[in-house]
Design a protein around this ligand. Structure first.
Ligand SMILES: [Zn+2]
Length: 247
């Protein structure tokens, strides 16, 4: 599988070009998009014909992870006659959230086939998708994507308890994980991760590569990498839009 980072930003930031979460995973003819946060639709359209996506998987209903479904919907409706359609999997009531932004029931259904992701394993083209609920919003998912053989890619979405991710991670997997609070600490009661929490997870689960993302403004990026790297011999990197990784 090949992972292309389209957007790796948090909810807001002052860093130029840091658009919302969006990660394209491609394997053969199968393309799956993990999240589509603010400003990332143009990067998606530059990387792939969006109507060819096998699915968009939305981790949770915070706008920095799904709001660019609206430009995706408009693109599919207005660039093609008849409109093309894309499957969207995510938390319950995702379609209603999109519709509410336009105060137009049925808006998303014009082009998006939206249904609840849930935790049952499913197959999308060549890719097996496993999902697990994590501590963040009422219904937030982490996902593992894999082929019939070889290592997988585990994406945390946003996650407040690192141990929630452990059941998804097999040794050698690539772990794409939010590090919102950089080297830490995470304020009490806030459902996000920091470097020390990820370091403990990595020591226990032994992924083959660790990709940090979603770091909020004002946090030391290199210190976040160093905090995780202290717990593993695997490579630890901070991802940027345009990065490509082979999983
Ligand atoms: Zn969130």
């Amino acid at each position: 599988m090949e992972l292309t980072v389209l957007g790796a930003g948090p909810a807001y930031t002052d860093r130029q070009g840091a658009t919302g979460a969006a990660y394209l995973v491609q394997a053969g003819d199968t393309s799956i998009l993990l999240d589509l946060g603010q400003g990332s639709f143009p990067r998606l359209a530059a990387a792939i014909e969006p109507s060819r996506l096998g699915a968009v998987i939305v981790s949770h209903l915070h706008p920095d992870h799904f709001i660019d479904l609206i430009p995706l919907r408009h693109y599919l409706v207005y660039q093609f006659a008849p409109p093309r359609r894309v499957t969207v999997l995510g938390p319950a009531h995702l379609a209603e959230r999109i519709d509410a932004l336009h105060a137009q029931p049925g808006l998303s259904a014009d082009a998006l086939d939206t249904s609840q992701l849930g935790t049952r394993q499913r197959q999308i083209g060549e890719v097996t998708v496993e999902a697990r609920l994590v501590t963040h919003t009422e219904e937030s998912y982490a996902t593992r994507l894999s082929l019939a053989s070889g290592a997988g890619l585990v994406y945390s979405g946003d996650c407040g308890v690192a141990d929630d991710l452990a059941p998804l991670i097999r040794p050698g997997d690539t772990l794409l994980v939010e590090a919102s609070f950089g080297p830490g600490p995470v304020p009490k009661g806030v459902n996000h991760l920091d470097g020390p929490a990820i370091a403990r997870l990595v020591a226990a689960t032994r992924p083959g590569a660790i990709l940090l993302t979603h770091i909020q403004m004002g946090f030391d990026r290199q210190a976040a990498v160093d905090a995780v790297a202290a717990a593993t011999t695997a490579p630890v990197r901070l991802v940027e839009p345009g990065d490509r990784y082979r999983v």
